[in-house]
Design a binder for this molecule. Structure first.
Ligand code: PMP
Ligand code: GLN
Length: 380
């Protein structure tokens, strides 16, 4: 393979889900729900297929989805977007990440990102030849260390890659923390790419505030999101990138040569989800909070001390609580010992800081979580 790929490991999510299927283990690893999203959205996909929405969509995406995305950003976040120039539909947020990095980062450019990081970020940054400057969210609080961020961002920083609500820690950055990010980005003239795929999935009365809404940020922020998590349709791979035209154009410049355009028939259905099933993510968040609590209680009973995650699908534990030190070894042994799959955080860190950390997903059906927990207790 090409040198740009050397040293990038295979994605841990595929490996761990394959392990769950192979061993019949309960999959508390990869973040996808057991129950599909709203029936009316599935129905709209069916009619779109039968109506003949089956040829190439425009490169930027079908107008009705771009308009629905603009309405969504206005309704939830007070963000004004021109659907003609400030929205591009992507094949999941994953394509948004890839296109943003390839479209905005030159070899040798410095990119600041939060660590632990979602695994596609370092892979894409390596392919682009970026110099990665991780800012670690220190365990066990996983709050933003604003001093570390101040030390990392300078006039030479090309890009700040943000993710809130944050996978894997479940941290939701506070307005005060985001204000520091914004202040640094403006002061040092840095572009921010922000991955907000969990924007609606926040708990205990919290609110997610997009960094694009802070002073001076609208013109320098590219926001990425998708249908997958908020509408329980992770397999659809429908996402969007929004922001000033020059940043959206950078995504489009890459996208036209990688996918050209995203699949047509699911786009009207995604528009239907945003326009007509707008309450679904809010109800999902309430339900997820309950399932989070079931998982937290069960993990505590199993001898772990989980932190109450503030958002997302996930919570992180320290397996030192159980006398283990290597998360990869722990997760490799777990299907055999307990019949459960979880995700080791090694691959989410540049160095060794995540060796003893393991991520558990609570986006699964409650009976699946309960069964996973029963197995974990039995394995002690
Ligand atoms: N970013 C983060 C932080 C994620 O957890 C995920 C997984 N959904 C993605 C991006 C990818 O999203 P999509 O499936 O829409 O490509
Ligand atoms: N985002 C999901 C997770 O973190 C899964 C995405 C993937 O499998 N690449 O588990």
């Amino acid at each position: 393979t090409a040198r740009r790929l050397h040293g990038i490991p295979p994605t841990v999510f595929s490996a761990m889900s394959a392990l769950a299927v192979r061993t019949g283990a309960v999959n508390l690893g990869q973040g996808f729900p057991d129950t599909d999203g709203p029936a009316s959205v599935l129905e709209r996909a069916r009619t779109a297929l039968l109506e003949g929405r089956n040829q190439y969509a425009p490169g930027r995406g079908v107008p009705e989805l771009r308009e629905a995305v603009a309405r969504h950003q206005a309704r939830h976040h007070g963000i004004d977007l021109d659907p003609e120039t400030q929205v591009v539909v992507t094949t999941g947020a994953t394509e948004g990440i890839a296109s943003a990095v390839l479209g905005l980062v030159d070899p040798g450019d410095e990119v600041v990102l939060l660590e632990p990081f979602y695994d596609s970020y370092p892979a894409m940054l390596q392919m682009a030849g970026a110099v990665v400057r991780p800012v670690t969210l220190p365990a066990p609080s996983f709050r933003l260390d604003v001093d570390a961020l101040r030390a990392a961002v300078h006039d030479g920083t090309r890009l700040l890659l943000l993710n809130t609500p944050h996978n894997p820690t479940g941290t939701v950055l506070t307005d005060a923390e985001l204000a520091v990010v914004a202040e640094l980005a403006v002061r040092h003239d840095v572009v921010v790419v922000t991955d907000e795929v969990y924007e609606h999935l926040v708990f205990d009365g919290r609110r997610h505030r997009p960094i694009a809404t802070f002073p001076g940020m609208a013109e320098r922020t590219l926001t990425l999101s998708s249908l997958g998590k908020s509408w329980s349709l992770t397999g659809w791979k429908v996402g969007w990138a929004t922001g000033p035209a020059h940043l959206v154009d950078a995504v489009l410049a890459v996208k036209q040569w990688t996918t050209f355009t995203s699949g047509s028939p699911l786009q009207p259905a995604a528009a239907h989800a945003l326009d007509h099933e707008g309450d679904f993510p809010l109800a999902l968040a309430t339900d997820l909070q309950r399932r989070r609590d079931v998982l937290l209680d069960g993990l505590a009973e199993a001898g772990l001390a989980p932190r109450a995650s503030e958002g997302t699908y996930f919570t992180v534990t320290d397996i030192a609580d159980l006398g283990w030190s290597d998360g990869a070894a722990f997760c490799a042994a777990l299907p055999e010992r307990a019949g459960v799959v979880a995700i080791p955080l090694q691959g989410f860190y540049a160095g060794d800081a995540g060796r003893h950390l393991v991520r558990w997903a609570f986006c699964k059906d409650e009976d699946v979580i309960v069964e996973g927990l029963r197995r974990l207790r039995g394995a002690e």
